[in-house]
Design a binder for this molecule. Structure first.
Ligand code: SAM
Length: 267
């Protein structure tokens, strides 16, 4: 499955600042599988949250807002989301996310059935949280932390420490990630159209079971199913494009919901 393309290794900030321009259009199969799998997980986590409650969400690694914007679209399955804090390492990705959410809210402004969530964006590095002191205001505020396709860039303890920092006790995390089956062969990156190089950053191939175990150490428990998804031949041309061909039969994605114990206090 290897490619003879030259590879350039860069920091994750540089990777995503450069990838931002084509992130939503370069036919990345993992995003397509995530688009397919996320709605069920979102519906599931919203059934766990009391329907009478107003919901506050922190998104860790919002990227270009691919999934942030889904939270702005009212759905009968969703509770009333009052605020979303969308955080990301990469200013380039955040610029696109802000524009995308602004455009979405403008074009849906005539829908007055429900007030749209207040949304704020922050540059934030989970590996260096002290560089973003304004984030302190978000400590223990979230009912839900959403984090899609970000975990591969973080050590597991950093991921769960960060999620726990943002969550109120009894809150939920919905996480999706590149499966280790894919991560052992590949990692997040894109092809620079000008140089033809594959640009990649730093990634980990986390096994699903290790993620669950680490979460448990931090006071989380899985609720619902742990989902794993391989690319099937029927996905070609429907869910994924040509780039999906080499991944047929390989697990590429996992995702699930965990709840933080009510008893947990911050470390
Ligand atoms: C594969 S993208 C996923 C973006 C978006 N969640 C999605 O599903 O399309 C990974 C994102 O994680 C962000 N990221 C990587 N390392 C991070 C860190 N240390 N702290 C915060 N965000 C990080 C990147 O900037 C990038 O936007």
């Amino acid at each position: 499955m290897g490619s003879s393309r030259p590879v350039q290794s860069v920091t994750n900030t540089e990777l995503y600042n450069r990838w931002a321009k084509v992130y939503d259009t370069d036919g990345n199969i993992l995003q397509s599988i995530d688009d397919l799998m996320l709605p069920d997980l979102l519906n599931q986590v919203f059934t766990f949250l009391p329907s009478s409650n107003l919901v506050t969400i922190t998104e860790l690694g919002c990227g270009t807002g691919r999934n942030t914007v889904k939270l702005l679209t009212p759905s009968p399955a969703f509770p009333q989301i009052t605020s979303i804090a969308a955080l990301d390492l990469s200013p380039g990705m955040l610029t696109i996310a802000k524009q995308r959410c602004e455009d979405h809210l403008k074009s849906n402004a005539s829908d007055t059935t429900q007030a749209p969530p207040l949304i704020e964006f922050h540059e934030f590095d989970a590996l260096n949280p002290d560089l973003s002191p304004e984030i302190n205001a978000l400590e223990r505020k979230a009912d839900l932390v959403l984090s899609t396709l970000v975990l591969e860039h973080l050590p597991l303890d950093v991921f769960f420490r960060t999620v726990k920092y943002f969550l109120r006790s009894g809150g939920y995390v919905l996480l999706t990630n590149m499966h280790a089956g894919m991560g052992r062969i590949s990692q997040a990156g894109f092809v620079d159209e000008v140089t033809g190089e594959k640009i990649r950053g730093h990634s980990y191939a986390h096994e699903t079971s290790q993620v669950v175990e680490e979460g448990e150490k931090w006071g989380f428990e899985v609720v619902g199913e742990v989902g794993e998804r391989a690319v099937g031949s029927a996905d070609l041309g429907t869910v994924v494009g040509e780039r999906g061909k080499k991944w047929i039969g390989v697990n590429v994605w996992f995702g699930f919901v965990m709840r933080l114990s009510q008893m947990e206090t911050q470390p």
